[in-house]
Design a binder for this molecule. Structure first.
Ligand SMILES: *[C@@H]1O[C@H](CO)[C@@H](O)[C@H](O)[C@H]1NC(C)=O
Ligand SMILES: *[C@@H]1O[C@H](CO)[C@@H](O)[C@H](O)[C@H]1NC(C)=O
Ligand SMILES: *[C@@H]1O[C@H](CO)[C@@H](O)[C@H](O)[C@H]1NC(C)=O
Ligand SMILES: *[C@@H]1O[C@H](CO)[C@@H](O)[C@H](O)[C@H]1NC(C)=O
Ligand SMILES: *[C@@H]1O[C@H](CO)[C@@H](O)[C@H](O)[C@H]1NC(C)=O
Ligand SMILES: *[C@@H]1O[C@H](CO)[C@@H](O)[C@H](O)[C@H]1NC(C)=O
Ligand SMILES: *[C@@H]1O[C@H](CO)[C@@H](O)[C@H](O)[C@H]1NC(C)=O
Length: 508
């Protein structure tokens, strides 16, 4: 009985010990022994206590019943009571029982121990698994990294080989280039040698040339002297020619003078005849004014058929004007307003000159804007523009109706009924265009046409014509903006050798 109790106690302690080991894993543990169940919850400082309890409880304390031992094992107590009745084998049997019980307990304890060990091991294994897993993961990562680095290395080596390939190719090219350069250098050397040889030849030739030059120099001087002599001769002859020209001009002037005198004589004869007639009829009537011509058409009508300078009397005035009459062109009777032929007269003049007129009727001249106005406003006049190019071809532009306003309207131009051979379109600006000179700008340009194009004219902006522009020699081929211009005949510059503007009554 005492042995059993001791065993139970021992068991209790062992179980407590093992449970404590399990409890250190922070678990509640249930232990089944036969019909009984034990639940153990143990503190954390277990191992020291276990040591103490083991030492304290190993000797068996007799007669000290274990807590609840009697209640838990009533069958065992009955067996013990039965054992006490058989005295001779009692001690032996008890010993045997004790031994088997001890054995049982030992077995059971072994089982328990192995169970606990298993538990502990499984816990350990979980941790180990985790570590394993982590290690495996690390290893996996490691292998991954290794494989990646291997791939990179492979790529690098590829790139390296490519670079090496390129470098070798470049080197080959460089080699080729250097070979080429060498060849070029050789070539250049050869050329240089050639050049120096040529230079030598050249210097030899130069020497010969200078020798020849010096020998010919004297001859040249002789020739130059001869040339000078010839030049002087030429000058003398030109002077003679110009003298002759002057004489010819003088004779022409004399002939025109004679013509004028003839006209005057004709006038006087007519006047005398009229006077005689009047005297014959009524001797008391007052003297009539001398017969006068309004224009060249009048003179033509009087029977004069020769070109020349005649006097006309302006309408509504006592003022006589000398004009050149063209009695040949298209039936004649033309009063000349403007004439150019050799550039002897400067046409780049101011308002006053154009107002009163300039030049001589026998040569280049402008009749004068006041006279032109008075003449063309007294009756209906037509205008004829005669042009001659440097080949001697003559063309004309004709306007059926033409008149020029007074000075207070800035001598505005009015021309209608165009026809002619100097272009299909009229080169005069349209009606109403005012007259401009370098000192009176009446054009429709922000510029000053009379200053740019030179002369005085009916400039618009600046318009297709200017017969009063600069007279350039017929040989000039340069396009000049300020030259004589009649655009629709020959374009921007007209190389005219002659221009004439003249009027006669429209009904003639
Ligand atoms: C030992 O245990 C077994 C099974 O648990 C049981 O059959 C046997 O009677 C026990 N022996 C003693 C001496 O208690
Ligand atoms: C270890 O990995 C295996 C398989 O991936 C998995 O089944 C197991 O639960 C993992 N264990 C731990 C402790 O993570
Ligand atoms: C360079 O690479 C090209 C192809 O990309 C190959 O044909 C050639 O032979 C290589 N050259 C060298 C010197 O390796
Ligand atoms: C022009 O006539 C005058 C006389 O009227 C004369 O003296 C002069 O010599 C003449 N001139 C020429 C160039 O014939
Ligand atoms: C131009 O003609 C006029 C008249 O015939 C003449 O007097 C003058 O000398 C000429 N001028 C030139 C430059 O030929
Ligand atoms: C001339 O005078 C008359 C009467 O005085 C006048 O009707 C006419 O318009 C004048 N002509 C000119 C051109 O001035
Ligand atoms: C004439 O020209 C002047 C400027 O030169 C201008 O002031 C005047 O108005 C013009 N007259 C007419 C009628 O256009």
């Amino acid at each position: 009985m005492a042995h059993r109790r001791a065993l139970v106690l021992l068991t209790y302690h062992l179980v407590s010990l093992l449970a404590a080991v399990i409890g250190s894993e922070r678990q509640r543990h249930h232990v089944q022994h036969g019909p009984c169940t034990y639940t153990f919850v143990l503190p954390e400082d277990f191992p020291q206590r276990v040591a103490n309890t083991l030492q304290r409880d190993s000797p068996v304390s007799q007669g000290d019943p274990g807590p609840g031992a009697g209640v838990k094992d009533p069958q065992g107590e009955d067996a013990a009571k039965a054992g006490t009745k058989q005295k001779p084998s009692w001690q032996e049997r008890k010993l045997e029982n004790l031994e088997s019980a001890t054995e049982n307990n030992t077995l059971w304890l072994q089982k328990l121990e192995s169970y606990i060990q298993e538990n502990v091991r499984s816990g350990m294994e979980e941790k180990r698994n985790a570590v394993h897993n982590q290690t495996a993961a690390m290893l996996e990562m490691g292998t991954n990294l290794l494989s990646q680095s291997a791939a990179q290395t492979r790529k690098l080596t590829d790139v390296e080989t490519q670079v090496l390939n390129q470098t070798s190719r470049l080197e080959i090219q460089l080699l080729e280039y250097s070979l080429f350069t060498n060849r070029l250098e050789k070539h250049i050397l050869q050329q240089t040698q050639e050049i120096s040889r040529l230079n030598e030849k050249n210097s030899f030739l130069e020497q010969r040339f200078s020798a020849l030059e010096s020998s010919y120099g004297r001859e040249l001087q002789d020739l130059q002297q001869e040339k000078q002599q010839l030049q002087e001769l030429l000058d003398r002859q030109s002077r003679l020619v110009s003298q002759l020209q002057g004489e010819v001009d003088g004779s022409t002037a004399n002939s025109t003078l004679l013509q004028r005198q003839q006209v005057l004589l004709t006038n006087s004869v007519q006047q005398l005849l009229a006077m005689v007639n009047h005297c014959n009829e009524i001797s008391t009537t007052p003297k009539e004014e001398p017969a006068s011509f309004r224009d060249c058409a009048d003179i033509l009508r009087s029977g004069v058929k020769d070109n020349g300078i005649y006097s006309i009397l302006l309408p509504n005035s006592t003022h006589t004007v000398k004009v050149f009459c063209d009695m040949k062109t298209r039936g004649g009777g033309w009063t000349v307003l403007q004439h150019r032929r050799n550039g002897s007269v400067d046409f780049h003049r101011g308002w006053r000159d154009y107002k009163t007129g300039f030049g001589d009727p026998s040569g280049e001249h402008w009749l004068g804007n006041d006279i032109i106005h008075q003449l063309t406003s007294s009756q209906d006049y037509s205008l004829q523009v005669q042009l001659r190019d440097r080949e001697g071809n003559e063309v004309y532009s004709h306007y059926d109706h033409f008149h020029v306003d007074a000075e207070d309207a800035n001598y505005s131009l009015h021309a209608k009924g165009f026809s002619g051979t100097a272009g299909r379109t009229s080169s005069l600006t349209h009606s109403g265009t005012a007259f401009s000179t370098k000192d009176r700008d009446n054009d429709r340009c922000t510029c000053k046409c009379a200053q740019i194009a030179s002369g005085g004219w009916w400039f618009e902006a600046c318009g297709p014509s200017n017969l009063n522009g600069m007279f350039y020699p017929a040989s000039s081929t340069v396009v000049r903006y300020n030259s004589i211009k009649w655009y629709y005949w020959k374009g921007p510059t007209l190389m005219a050798t002659m221009t004439t503007m003249m009027v006669r009554p429209a009904n003639l």
